[in-house]
Design a protein around this ligand. Sequence first.
Ligand code: SF4
Ligand code: SF4
Length: 467
Amino acid sequence: MPKKYHINSRPALLSTDYLHKFTIVRGENCINCGKCTKVCIYEAHKRRTDDPRKMADPDTTLCRNCFRCIQECPRGALEKSLSAEFCNIGGTYWKPDMLISLWKQAENGSVPVSGAGYRGPFTGNGFDSMWTDMSEIVRPTRDGIHGREYINTSIELGNKLNHLKFNSDGELASNVPDSVAISLPIIFDIPTEYLTPAIAKAILKAAVVIDTCVIMPVTAITPELEKYASNIIPLLSIGEIDAHEAILEKARLVAIEYSDDMIKDFASLKEKIKKFNCAVTIIRLPAVRNIESIAEKLVRNGAEVIQIIADYKGNEVDSSSGGRHLKDIIRGIHLRLVEDRIRDGVTIIASGGIAMAEHVTKAMLCGADLTAIDIPLLIVLGAKIYEALEKLIVMPEGLDKIPQPLITQRIVNLMGAWHSQILEMMGAMGIREARRLRGESGRAIFFEEIDKDTFGNLFKKPEMIKT
Ligand code: SF4
Ligand code: SF4
């Protein structure tokens, strides 16, 4: 058995606070009995160091919402409410709880718990309307999560053959296409405007540790970064190809923004890149309404990898009212390519709105081979996102003062936590190889579909119901 892929997490705390869900106030009627220090296992309540007879202000950053201190205080002196910042940050897609969870995962690589349980609806928009079939979790022999069975999260980028051909001497006759393997179905695609040289270096170092790649504008690849060439995916336009020969010579993957001309002559573009080396080409395709037909034409013309780029909430980019969500876009493309029997000819990367580990697995069940993430990497650095009126990302002050190893470790921690969650989901679904997740919709339940099947006819007028 090959050595197990493992991501080593360790504490990587920033000196600044991020976001608190609650404000806990200790009232005047507190008698300093200290009971709350004993009942809070997260140590949110402590005595003052300068005067241990009195209680210090509660440390709300440590609170996990179990309510025990509130219930057990003999004087009812503690009051807990949602903080004003928590109520204003994020929005309907980037929920405040999600931001806090990403931050905590970056701190230590573990998945944070929430003590009060979940009392909300079991469906919502986007990936929240999709459930996964975890029935294999009850099988004691299927114990991949705890180590007896190896679960492989690696995937390959490039086109794949349906079958191999051998000649009469038993030698391989098929021309095996070039491909690139990475250990996690996630690549990094941080927005260019936030990619300072220091952040680029820190993210690249994390990519080396995790064994993945970073999409990076070719102009941002300085000589200092060239030693990470095998983890860099240079992003460039067709017109820039000749000017960056030296960088392309070392690249394993190259990313090119889609333009309509590509459909007509993709083969010559591919040739142009292959002239430098055997790099696999990624076409970055915005998630427009007719993306299925564009993707189909690209694959028929030889596209090896297509990156679907939805907006930051995972919606189509050309619809003012939101349009389809990434999960439906991926399904549309995947099923179209399957129907046309050309699905194996291309790798599909899903990006835009990938906010949690479960989104990676769900995107793959819908038909993606892997995902690309952007905003979660910014949250690791302390960015705050607001959806109200329009998208706003506020980066923290003093970002350049954060030591690079700390940024690297925080990204490694986040990926460690996501890797553990992907393993949990795969183990519970009985899937041992990430590449087998692709399009495995039999393991998924789509709320819209069961809602239609169950209640579709109930609220229609009788004459509209087909018999
Ligand atoms: S349990 Fe209540 S009364 Fe006792 S120290 Fe805590 S807040 Fe004060
Ligand atoms: S609610 Fe629970 S976790 Fe939060 S401070 Fe009280 S005891 Fe601690």
